[in-house]
Design a protein around this ligand. Sequence first.
Ligand code: ATP
Ligand code: MN
Length: 458
Amino acid sequence: MRTKVKDILHCKYPEALEGKTLTVCGWVRTLRDQKSFAFIELNDGSSLANLQIVADAGNLTDYADVLPKLTTGASLSVTGRLVKSPGKNQALEMQADEIVVYGLCDPARYPLQKKRHSFEFLRSIAHLRPRTNTQGAVSRVRSALAFATHLFFQQKGFLYLHTPVITGSDCEGGGEMFRVTTLEKGNNYAEDFFGKAAYLTVSGQLNGEIYACALSDIYTFGPTFRAENSNTSRHLAEFWMIEPEMAFADLKANMECAEGYLKFCVRYILEHCKEDLTFFDQFIEKGLLERLQHVADNPFVHLTYTEAVSILQKAPKQFEFPVSWGIDLQSEHERYLAEEYCKKPVILTDYPADIKAFYMRANADGKTVAAMDILVPKIGEIIGGSQREERLDRLEEKMKEHNLNRDDYWWYLELREFGSVPHAGFGLGFERLVLFATGMENIRDVIPFPRYPGHADF
Ligand code: ATP
Ligand code: MN
């Protein structure tokens, strides 16, 4: 039976493993050849740290034959005895009794030699980059955040809803959507597979509302697509979004849920991903652990859009885009508010109706809507949400103003006709959460196979 490296190195009582003979499998990270013996650093992805293995000519009858095969990247199975390590980096190391080489790895061709590579280069070898320390750590933290997401919502009694990837309704304006078609040519969509134009979803929200208006609290967690040609470090063409929707909930309940969720995720990884976060703190963002602890321990700041605009207008800073009431805040504005002014996550509410989607609930002032965005240092917007317009007449008016066709949304309107309830929800971009949690700079490095303009390889 094979033991994972993590279960040896992260064992609570290493003394209990001393003297035991076990089998480990993995890839050679480095080899230090000391002539009559060699140190192998073996990694199997279960932890950041490698298991140190001592291959000794005295112990291994085929030592001379095996040694030249132990190059960086080669895959092995090693059976040996765990002993106390004289080195100070680990409690235990393994004395190899048998080494089986599964796959050789030619040092002349293997790109992941000792030298550090740029993240940009590593994207071009996405089939090998999970074998690097950084990508391994990102992948483990990403997986932990996904698990924490389910844990949080399931514990709160939310139902996990699968909304469709292919959609016939172009929710927020067709410009940013990818089309799904089997037509070889032309644009006669009546003849197309679905008998109408179809797209990849940009949000599961409208479908989510249907289920919230029956089952109370739901969340989605799935792939989302936007064909926006934004070549930024915060946008992907394919990303994962988490969208909770709550019935009998207003904007306040929505904000509480969002803040509670973000803090839960941060606490979860602080507890379960210590080794990886310490690595990020050392090599990617100095002070990361402190920043995350601060997020977990302190209430978020609350500001209205109107207050935010006046703060920006008084800011001792020249923005590229000038600020006035009614503008859509740019990333530079969002980052100033979170990073420099508040120095922590901030929830902005009550945006002008004109810059927000038609479904957001109109406030009594007639100018603003019950919207909320959460902005965080380094990233800007991480969450966008709102209370939804549950009043049929208001919604119909709003749709007219937005030039939306009533017939396209007949079912959405019927939810307001039959037992309408106040409800609210938000969308969180999962990759932005991973950026926030790891201190990584570019969104293309926190998803295994990034999709962005010109790139759909692997
Ligand atoms: P932005 O203004 O940053 O482009 P948005 O306002 O268009 O975002 P929403 O429609 O509110 O985004 O989507 C909800 C959340 O999904 C955002 O808060 C963000 O975290 C995430 N998100 C949106 N677009 C992308 C994208 N192209 N790539 C990755 N995440 C995204
Ligand atoms: Mn938004």
